[in-house]
Design a protein around this ligand. Sequence first.
Ligand code: F0G
Length: 405
Amino acid sequence: MQLRCFDPDCATTLPLHDAALECPRCHGLLEVEVDAPKQSAAELKELWASRRRSRDARDISGVWRYRELLPAYDAKEVVTLGEGNTPLVRGHRTAEYADVSDLQFKHLGWNPTGCFKDLGMTVGMTEAVHMGAKVVACASTGNTAASLAAYAARAGVTGRVYLPAGQVSLNKLAQALDFGAEIVEVDGSFDDALNTLLAKANDGIYFLNSINPFRVEGQKTTMFELLDQLNWQAPDYLVLPGGNLGNSAAFSKAFEELLRFRLIDRAPKMIVVQAAGANPFAQMWRSGAATLTPVAEPETIATAIRIGNPRSWQKAIRGVKATGGQVLDVTDAEIGEAKAVIGRDGIGCEPASAATLAGLRKLRTSGEIPASASVVAILTGHVLKDTNFIIQSHKKHAEANHAHS
Ligand code: F0G
């Protein structure tokens, strides 16, 4: 395996274990070029299924179980908290709300730190340790920070997180503190925090945002596990929220590899949903523009996806186009309402995750998706990730009811 510049016109290659953040020639994004596995598709499926009976920490992890399609490490190097293994939960009220007959949620909020970031962090932190890193860092709207903090603690390295001051849920900040991370608050948005960190890229800090290609490797296994759970039969649609577009990039890569190695013969149409106040990717899609224009001052109640300049849009657009999917945006009011419905299904999630249900409902209302479609929606964060949001919205609701009575 090696690293390759994502831009096909450049295609510069680097050794796999190179800490470069971007292509040294064109400054494009890098990705891991995965070698074809030795086993056939049928043998891989059998091997991965058999690992569910194993006690090996790598087999118990829902990421490392699929290690034939990941960079290789010694077993003792792997930094894992038993991530992955998240269930598919059928939505009943939610299906009715979205007006589809077949809706299941893959709840990535049921990971060790309550968010999908753990799936990428286990690989990113393993690579950091392999490279001898002593300090690892990220900019974050909160969840990456909590995940980095936990995995850094496990690895025995210093975790440092750059957060937009006053814009991060206290629950996520509390996790980062509990796991012993150093907190750097930056005046401005997530994009400012990321720029602050990138300016320090040569200071001996190992960088763990989702432009790190090893993070993407871990997150792509979400789709391996999902397809495994569905007996390798893709649903018609896969819906996920988009912020910095790391997950959309990872799923795009997963579908490409699953098809190339004949593990599936059809990918789901990938639908990315953004918040209307932080929607540069949706704007690009609607306008048909060839490049992304950042939103200067992103604003949404879904603070996890309050991002104006998503870094991985070129990787993300590949999967949207290749699968025949699309990108759309939903308002904060639509997100809030959808979140409450997911709660009433006994599932719960943080606001950013509910953009999926809101987006699905919107596509049903406009008739772009048939009612008979099978849909899997990705829930990215746990209900306890933003408790202030819940308390405040119920308080407002109670006050409004009181005023009317
Ligand atoms: N949902 C949640 C709960 C998130 O925390 C994020 C991103 C997203 C969706 C969007 O995912 O960036 O891969 O498109 N959170 C990052 C963070 C930015 O710092 O925790 P994406």
